[in-house]
Structure formats: C-alpha cells, structure tokens
Design a protein around this ligand. Structure first.
Ligand SMILES: NC(=O)c1ccc[n+]([C@@H]2O[C@H](COP(=O)([O-])OP(=O)(O)OC[C@H]3O[C@@H](n4cnc5c(N)ncnc54)[C@H](O)[C@@H]3O)[C@@H](O)[C@H]2O)c1
Length: 358
C-alpha cells in the first residue's frame, strides 16, 4: 500500500499518543516507518497508546507551545514527512480553557510549521483540522472545501484559524526551493476503539458500561456523520503519499467524510451500539448542550475524484468494529487494533482501493 512511501522513512507524528495519533502510529509501524512522536503525557487513563506498546525511534514529551523545544525535536529527528495532530481536541474543553485552545491549536501549529520550514529534511506536511472549521449555517447539504471558514466556539474557531496558518505557510512564507508541500485534512466525528476522551459519545458510553451506570444523552437528536478512525487515517496516509510523490496539486485542503447513510442522531448511535454491547443503558437530558451545532457534514467529492479515496467501512461495520474493540478490551483485556488495521486493509484491497499512484 501507499507505494512503499512510508517504508524506512523518517516520519514525525505530533499527538502520536492521542486517539487518532495512536492509530496512525500503529499503521505507520506496520508500514515499517522510522517514527518520531511529539506529545504531552497521555491525557487519559487507560489510554490506547500505552496499551499498544509501539517502538518509536524517539518519543519527545514536549509542549508544542514551546518553540525552542519543538525545534530541538525536529533537529533530533530530521523527518521527511510530518503529520500534525497535536491539539486541544475537545469542543467542551474549548469553553473551559479558551486561551489554551487558541494557543495550542493556532500558535502551536505555527511553531510546528516554522520548524518544518527551518528543517532541511521535511518534504510533506499533513495538518489535521476538522469539519468544524467551516462557518456552520445548519445547511442540510455537505460543506465543500471552497466554503467559508468560521467557528462560533473556541475549538472550531481555533481550528479554522489553524487552516489559515497553513495557508500563509503555503503561499507566502517560502521555504528554500519551495520544497515543502503542505495540506490540511478535515474530518468529522470519528469512532473506533481506544478512545477514552471526555465528552465524546462512545467513550462516555463505554465508561458508563464499565461503571455499571447509564449514559446521559445531552443532544439525542443532533445529527452527526460517524466515521471509523481507519477511514480517516487511510485518507491522511494517502494524502501524505500524494504530497510526497506528486506535490503541488495535492497541496490543498481536503474533506474526508463518510457516506450520507452514516449521518445518524446521537440516540441512533447509542441504540445501534447496544446491539453489540447489551449492558449499555441511557437516559435523556432534554437541555441542548451549549454551543453545539445541530447538524454539519462534509462533501467529500473532491478527494473521491482526485485521490480515489473513499470510506471502506460503512456505518454498521464501523459501529460493530468499535463495539467489538471495547468488548475485547473489557472481557479479555485484549487490544484489537492491529487486527482492525489488517482487516481494514483486506477490505480496502477487495474494493480495489490499493492506494497506489499509477
Ligand atoms: N477525534 C475526533 O473525532 C476528531 C474529529 C475532528 C478532528 N479531530 C482532530 O484530530 C486531531 C487528533 O485528535 P484526537 O481525537 O486524536 O485528539 P486527542 O485529544 O486524543 O489527542 C490529542 C493529542 O495532542 C497532544 N497535545 C495536546 N496538547 C498538546 C500540546 N500543547 N503539546 C503537545 N502535544 C499536545 C496530546 O498529547 C495528544 O497526543 C486533533 O487535531 C483534533 O482536533 C479529531
């Protein structure tokens, strides 16, 4: 897969020990990359990263707000490919700590990109933002990459600002020979095993099951597009491959959303999860959560036509694999991540999504 681009390549992942970062790092490890990671100590206990026990070339426990330290990490790792995932990633935390959210998501991103610019090795940079970077007009149709950026809460606004930081590096802060190719990747509500973040639906549901109580649903009728984490990660890897091998035409913003059939309400997700986790129970708090949008989803036509990416696991499969991941962990203390990746690759191959460039 991926034209062997990642094999023996020096790859730096910021946020490697977070939910998405740990899945990406596991997949890169299967692709035999030399992986370096920058993050804070794991934010939850338990956490996916500690369960995976992946061998990194070097791990840097460094705050991306500290430019000098981030620069030292780049000098010590000389990466060719950078995936920037480190962020204050939670909408609710954005209301509690807006300045930290702005600082990490905007200035932290500027620090990482400045280190990329100063580095002699970096060739491709994929910056992970979110579907929430768009100005949300509560449209029933999907947002396209050309739609206006916005964000009414600190998290969303900081992520759309992060998009602008990347734009400025791409267009005006030139690096020697313009050798670095930057792109941003926008995705929505991601599910999969190994997430224990607060105030996310599936982690909250699993916590309620392990505690033996019932989960409170704050916005049961809010509709979201639900997507398995591997569908996101395959998109990020493909984007890095295209940036690395082909360059400029991929140096853009890209949406990675699931199919329309994966747009479900919060309550529907819980009902479907219960089919695989019978102990799950819930109750509804009819007060709408502050500042959360009713609906928002992405139009992913661009990436489908230009990069031949599309979701491999549909909604039912994504819910099933997520539930089974947690069932294996709860019942047998087993971590199903590598199996999930290998099965996902088999399914992608069956669908002739082998992601090589002709
Ligand atoms: N999980 C989702 O549903 C989702 C949806 C859309 C976008 N995203 C974006 O994807 C990226 C990864 O999200 P996630 O779900 O894995 O988040 P996460 O909260 O699980 O992990 C965040 C990672 O960032 C690191 N980090 C946070 N602050 C840092 C700092 N100051 N210095 C260094 N490292 C720091 C953490 O240590 C951790 O490794 C984020 O940019 C997030 O905004 C996530």
């Amino acid at each position: 897969m991926f034209n062997q681009v990642f094999k023996n390549k020096r790859v730096l992942v910021t946020g490697h020990n977070g939910f998405k970062g740990s899945w990406l790092t596991q997949w890169l490890s299967l692709l035999e990359s030399d992986i370096f990671g920058i993050a804070l100590p794991p934010l939850t206990n338990p956490n996916h990263w500690d369960l995976l026990k992946i061998n990194l070339k070097k791990e840097f426990i460094v705050d991306i707000n500290n430019f000098d330290k981030v620069k030292t990490c780049f000098e010590a790792s000389n990466p060719e490919i950078v995936f920037h995932l480190a962020a204050q990633s939670l909408v609710k935390e954005g209301f509690i700590s807006p300045q930290k959210t702005w600082s990490t998501n905007v200035l932290g991103t500027a620090n990482v990109l400045e280190c990329c610019r100063l580095s002699k090795s970096v060739k491709a940079v994929v910056v992970i933002t979110t579907d929430k970077c768009y100005e949300n007009n509560e449209w029933t149709w999907g947002y396209r990459e050309i739609d206006r950026l916005g964000g009414k809460d600190p998290y969303s606004a900081s992520k759309s600002s992060c998009e602008l930081v990347v734009e400025s590096y791409k267009h005006s802060i030139l690096n020697p020979n313009n050798k670095i190719k930057y792109a941003t990747a926008r995705a929505g509500n991601v599910i999969g095993g190994g997430d224990w973040s607060s105030n996310r639906l599936i982690p909250d549901a699993i916590r309620s099951v392990t505690r033996g109580d019932s989960i409170e649903l704050r916005s049961p009728s809010s509709t979201r597009p639900w997507q398995h984490v591997l569908d996101c990660i395959s998109g990020y890897l493909l984007l890095a491959e295209n940036l690395y091998l082909k360059g400029n035409e991929y140096s853009n913003a890209w949406n990675y959303g699931p199919e329309d059939s994966a747009r479900k309400t919060v309550e529907e997700v819980i009902v479907d999860l219960k089919k695989h986790i019978p102990n799950l129970t819930w109750h509804i708090n009819s007060k709408q959560a502050t500042g959360e949008s009713g609906q928002l989803h992405l139009d992913s036509s661009l990436v489908k036509s230009k990069q031949r990416w599309r979701p491999v696991w549909n909604y039912d499969k994504s819910i099933y694999e997520t539930a089974e991941w947690y069932n294996m962990w709860i019942k047998y203390n087993k971590v199903n991540t590598k199996n999930n990746i290998n099965n996902y690759i088999k399914d992608a191959t069956k669908e002739k999504l082998i992601w090589t460039i002709n």
